[in-house]
Design a protein around this ligand. Structure first.
Ligand code: CTP
Ligand code: CA
Length: 230
């Protein structure tokens, strides 16, 4: 591959990818989090760069070993609010935004200055959570003409039709250009190499269905992005 932005079907296209899982702190040493490794987003960033794109990866708690050597500007973030700020800043100058990150829907209502002590909590403890901003919904609302926005929906529903119904409801609520429905569970999707996806467009039509490594899924998604840009 030559210098970035010079060749390939995404030559010079400015792509922002969010990856990983946000961590929502409630004291200096603890957080509410999720199991997203960031591998799918890193695979998309790597393939976009290989195809000539100028890539920014907003990486939420992604292991540095996964992003080492990536031909991208990596912006590390922790919480959903930090991810939102970084993605919106980068999206202002982007042609494509791909939201693979698992953004926490809720964060602790209160963040303590000092470590919580169990003697103050007793045998049972309640953590109050408040809703985080929806980055994808806000990106879609602020979308510029020609800008392509891709969402990823992690669903545990094993039945294909039921899973597609969940995806269709999601893309109706947040009309991204593409919604990649990703089947996850206790043992599939997260922290593994293989992935199975169905890709929906507004209206709910399935434009692609495939399974394979995260690199193969990345290539399939970016093929659709390249087509949408032309
Ligand atoms: N997303 C986001 N900001 C949030 C929550 C989700 O940008 N606060 C994005 C994710 O990055 C993903 C898409 O929305 O691209 C779908 O995320 P998902 O968790 O599957 O859907 P939700 O709309 O949060 O609905 P739910 O979790 O209830 O299924
Ligand atoms: Ca969610």
């Amino acid at each position: 591959p030559g210098a970035r932005g010079e060749q390939g079907d995404l030559a010079g296209v400015r792509v922002v990818v969010s990856a990983g899982g946000t961590r929502e702190p409630f004291d200096p040493v603890r957080f509410v989090g999720n199991r997203s490794s960031g591998r799918q987003g890193v695979a998309i960033a790597a393939d976009a760069a290989r195809r000539g794109a100028v890539v920014t990866l907003v990486a939420a708690n992604v292991d540095g070993g996964l992003t080492a050597g990536l031909d991208a500007t990596v912006v590390p973030v922790g919480s959903a609010q930090e991810l939102a700020d970084a993605v919106h800043a980068a999206a202002a100058e982007a042609d494509v935004v791909v939201m693979t990150a698992a953004v926490a829907d809720y964060r602790p209502a209160e963040v303590r200055e000092a470590k919580l002590k169990k003697d103050d909590q007793g045998d049972r403890m309640t953590l109050e959570l408040v809703r985080n901003p929806d980055v994808l919904a806000d990106l879609v609302a602020a979308r510029r003409t020609g800008q392509i926005i891709v969402g990823f929906a992690a669903e545990t529903e094993p039945d294909r039709e039921a899973r597609l119904a969940l995806g269709r409801a999601k893309i109706a609520r947040k009309p991204a250009d593409l919604l990649v429905v990703n089947h996850v569970g206790w043992s599939s999707g997260f922290e593994r190499e293989e992935n199975a996806i169905e890709v929906l467009v507004p209206g709910g039509h399935v434009v692609r269905e495939t399974s394979g490594t995260k690199a193969e899924v990345a290539a399939a998604v970016l093929d659709l992005v390249a087509t949408a840009l032309t």
